[in-house]
Design a protein around this ligand. Structure first.
Ligand SMILES: Nc1nc2c(c(=O)[nH]1)N[C@H]1C(S)=C(S)[C@@H](COP(=O)(O)OP(=O)(O)OC[C@H]3O[C@@H](n4cnc5c(N)ncnc54)[C@H](O)[C@@H]3O)O[C@H]1N2
Ligand code: MOO
Ligand SMILES: [Mg+2]
Length: 414
């Protein structure tokens, strides 16, 4: 007998997933390996940056009062008494009309409170002359102007980017406290699937979901074990899922979650006595997406249809992985943009459309043929339009919600 499924809202489904996503333990990784992890602790400045008053220019450090009254007709003369580059300290103490030749990054010598750029000077036998009055503090990078010892520079949950690595290096973090990432098993199911290079016998199709999801996980720097594409064989699939659960925090399957005679995932959740969080969501595509929990491990039963598979990952799996990995912001941002094409179809459920967002003009359109089985539109999309359930007849010019999935590769430039 066909089991009755309970339909739930997308938001509810997302919340159920997030409620079951526990943070992974804190580990320490080398600075060079830390890219893509999330900071597990706040990063607090251990000293002022800059650490000392320093010169922002190549030029001369002077006492500003000595430049008083300087102008084009009355150039003031300075005598150079020392010469330092970045990394060196002058132990001379300046008196009036003395100067230290100083390079960018070098500490300001005692007695100096201004820096004259090289271009503002005329060289003389014993030093230089200048033609303008300097103020105290002029052209000096002050100690602590960027941050002070004790300041919280970056908070726990921040994604480690190259900029974050620069901060960590500044404070000498050879090892970085991060949240471990969940390890993921990826199982593409379906007797129709053949891998790259294999013959496409009648009725067979290429497994595109497996490599796509592996790519999405790779982008998140998550370790993935891809299992061989399985046949639709209950015992075999159950054995693989059980093996995957022994080794991984998350098990992602694609396909076999609907009501077909060879859709074995529902029976497998039952056999595992897994707690099914939902198996029918009021969304298109991906309405049969199923998420279950077994002990503390999560099973994502993504739909076999490629666009449904992709959307299910973006909506449910990605934020769960981000939360487990310690991300402060697990969800993709949603913005408003103007539709640039009509979209007349009815939307009985919340509809997600793989879309092209033009960030310059803030307009958006479906990324071509957009049914649940579409593949090309995924490749062309940088976002997903979200149309609320119970609506129809969107027209060009209407404002719609757009989830930002990937904006890194915009075809826009200066
Ligand atoms: N009577 C009903 N039939 C269907 C329903 C329903 O509610 N009642 N739901 C439909 C919807 S909506 C979807 S979505 C699909 C979901 O199907 P499954 O998740 O069970 O996936 P499969 O049956 O295994 O495959 C569906 C489709 O996708 C192709 N596929 C599967 N795996 C891959 C892969 N790795 N790479 C590329 N393409 C793949 C597969 O060949 C099928 O064409 O069910 C509807 N039916
Ligand atoms: O819910 Mo299905 O994923 O529309 O094709
Ligand atoms: Mg099916």
């Amino acid at each position: 007998m066909l089991e009755k499924r309970t339909l739930i809202d997308v938001q509810d489904a997302v919340e159920r997933c997030m409620a079951n996503a526990g943070e992974m333990p804190i580990i320490s990784v080398g600075l060079e390996e830390s890219l893509g992890y999330y900071l597990a602790e706040d990063i607090i400045a251990t000293y002022d940056i800059p650490m000392f008053d320093k010169s922002p220019y190549d030029g001369y450090a002077i006492s500003s009062t000595a430049s008083n009254g300087a102008n084009g007709e009355n150039r003031v003369h300075f005598r150079t008494i020392d010469h330092i580059g970045a990394g060196s300290v002058s132990n001379k103490i300046l008196t009036a009309n003395e100067a230290v030749r100083i390079m960018t990054g070098a500490p300001i010598p005692d007695g100096a409170d201004a820096v004259v750029m090289l271009e503002q000077t005329v060289q003389t036998a014993e030093g230089f002359t200048l033609r303008k009055t300097f103020e105290s503090g002029e052209n000096i990078s002050k100690q602590g102007e960027e941050c002070r010892a004790g300041d919280v520079i970056l908070s726990a949950g921040t994604l480690i980017t190259p900029g974050v690595i620069a901060v960590l290096a500044t404070f000498s973090y050879a090892e970085v406290p991060v949240r471990q990432k969940p390890s993921v098993a990826l199982i593409a199911t379906g007797s129709e699937l053949v891998s790259l290079g294999e013959e496409l016998a009648p009725g067979k199709i290429r497994n595109s979901n497996g490599p796509m999801i592996a790519g999405l996980l790779n982008e998140m720097a998550v370790q993935t074990e891809s299992y061989k594409v399985t046949e639709d064989n209950y015992e075999h699939l159950l054995a693989i899922v059980q093996e995957a659960l022994e080794k991984h925090d998350i098990v992602i399957t694609t396909g076999g979650v609907s009501v077909g005679d060879f859709d074995y995932m529902p029976a497998i959740y039952k056999a595992l006595a897994a707690d099914v969080l939902f198996n029918k969501v009021a969304m298109r595509p991906g309405s049969v997406t199923t998420v279950a929990v077994k002990d503390r491990q999560m099973l994502f039963g993504l739909s076999g249809n490629p666009s449904a598979c992709y959307s299910g990952f973006e909506l449910f799996t990605k934020p769960v992985i981000k939360k487990m990995s310690g991300a402060a912001h697990a969800h993709a941002p949603v913005i408003k943009a103007q539709l640039s094409l009509d979209f007349k179809k009815a939307n009985p459920f919340t509809r997600f459309i793989r879309a092209e967002l033009d960030i310059v003009n803030n307009t958006v359109k479906p990324a071509g043929f957009n049914k649940s089985n579409a593949v090309v539109a995924i490749a062309k999309s940088n976002s997903m339009i979200i149309l609320p359930g119970g609506t129809r007849g969107f027209e060009a010019g209407d404002e719609v919600d757009v989830m930002l999935t990937r904006l890194a590769d915009q075809a826009q430039s200066w």
